[in-house]
Design a protein around this ligand. Sequence first.
Ligand code: ATP
Length: 508
Amino acid sequence: MSTQSTPAEVSMETIVALCKRRGFIFQSSEIYGGLNGFFDYGPLGSEMKKNIRDCWWNDMVRRRDDIVGIESSIIMHPKVWEASGHIAGFTDPLVDCKASKQRYRADQLFFSPVVVDGKTVGYVSALEGENTAAELQSAAETLKRKKAIQGELAPVQPKDLTEAQPDEIPLIPSPATGEPGSLTPPRAFNMMFETYVGALRDASAVAYLRPETAQGMFVDFKNVVDTGRVKLPFGIAQVGKSFRNEITPRNFIFRSREFEQMEMEYFIHEDADWAQCHKDWIEWCRQWLISIGLPDSHLSLYDHPKAKLSFYSKGTTDIMFKYPFGVQELWGIAARGNYDLTQHAEASGKPQEIFDEATKKKFVPHVIEPAVGTDRIFLAALCAAYAEEQVTDEKGNTETRIVLRLSPRIAPVKVAVLPLLKNKEALVGRAQELYKKIKRKYTAFYDESGAIGRRYRRQDEIGTPWCVTIDFDTIEKDGTFTLRDRDTMQQTRITEAELFALLEEKVY
Ligand code: ATP
């Protein structure tokens, strides 16, 4: 018997603690105090991340006829980033607090004038969060009380610091000190990590760690067209590390400085119905997230307002996920026109065109770009899967069971094989034999220590969908074993062939 908590109730502290306790994710360089914005994936985490990546690659590339994969280098010619606009414009607005030496992203630092009876009597500030407006309102009430001002307090008008007038900046309190006067006006901060290639350390040797994988697809476009036997519409996909010197890495692996991206550039004819294609890709991405276990109820769409789009962009829609810290971008699907290929054609002097057999004309294809971070999917999947349940055992005792209801597609371990007793050679022998057979194709875990109930709980906590128990009936009677289902906790007897059929159906 069990009662289930909803995924949204889980806190980030709980998820971070579970990740460390069970070896999903560690702080990078932890023995040296960690490095802000960098993480390591442990034994279970690296399996689960690989599963997410493999599912994406299989569904996006291998199972389709119109998409091919590449793997481009992380450090590319610096001219790539000049042409793409990253050197000039890949910036976030940075604000310093001179008093505390803290740095903030101006678009994540909110403020409001405090208005009493129509008169501004001061300013309040708060960092972006789920309750920013409420925090600002409560700070405004405190300020009014502190200053002993009578009158009616107007509701706060939250704006971010990029919208502040120059004469307002000195009046806005720093979130670090609570005092005004120490915040600098926002300035552009380029997020690319610089390095040097070769033995020289001068300006001619400067190169960058890529801040996105997408440029690899544009720069290799002609190579793929000339060798890949592709015909429009077609896509080029890749998975790999990207690096951004984020001003405020936060929310665990949600915003880090080194992360993995899974991006695809879908090239279409210049006259194609880009809006329909964009819509189709948004739906494909949403369905794919559902296929790896993200609940539809936690997904929503956000259309970027036309006024905030880059001049070349035709439209961008983000698939948002309801994380414990708020609804945030998970997957961006952008219609980028032919901007990137045109830029590279101009900068390199090499035309990036395709010949249209129908019109006998050359043109630069347009592109739809679904771009997602593997780490953000990982975090979303964990948050949605986590549940704490009150369960009652057959003796009537109640206990809390922690269970990760991960989709079998991405669960780090698919099956745990448990001999009922560890001191019975026949049970152990059969369990080992089955374990080795499963391991040829699926991740499996062998566990013979402790009471069977405790062994089930250990698997529940890491999201293993099935446990099989080898008991005396297995070796003495019909060879069947007990299959215990993680979510329902139901036990059924099945044959080896049925187990493999189940795995074949659910793990793909
Ligand atoms: P944000 O607005 O959250 O900074 P973005 O719009 O700059 O993200 P894109 O440049 O569109 O992000 O990158 C595509 C995807 O890469 C994002 O949707 C996200 O899933 C992932 N991503 C981007 N930055 C990070 C990061 N710092 N850490 C982890 N994942 C990231």
